[in-house]
Write a protein of this length. Structure first.
Length: 101
């Protein structure tokens, strides 16, 4: 299952609290990317927050995986998780008597 993960920084945390953990964070993200769990990684253009596409069995597994990230373990960030399903609308193209609503 594809899971969209949208980072949220913990309010009130100073930027310098992140710095000691950024290299270990990058190492763990690389490991998860190489394992095929993290499929796509982005930063928002308008602010420094990660957007991740994960491949996991379900939201619970995605939560467990994300909890291995140093920035989460340190309480500096969290993620909103959105489970995704394939778009079913193309099936309408193959129905003989489809009428728009």
């Amino acid at each position: 299952m594809k899971i969209l993960a949208i980072e949220k920084e913990t309010p009130g945390i100073a930027a310098e609290k992140f710095k000691p953990h950024l290299q270990t964070e990058a190492v763990r993200v690389w490991e998860l990317y190489q394992a095929g769990v993290f499929r796509e990684l982005y930063f928002r253009q308008d602010r420094s927050e990660a957007i991740l596409m994960l491949e996991c069995a379900d939201v619970n597994e995605a939560t467990e995986v994300l909890n291995t990230l140093p920035l989460i373990r340190e309480g500096l960030i969290t993620f909103d998780l959105i489970p995704l399903t394939p778009y079913p609308g193309f099936a309408r193209l193959f129905v003989k008597e489809w009428k728009p609503k």
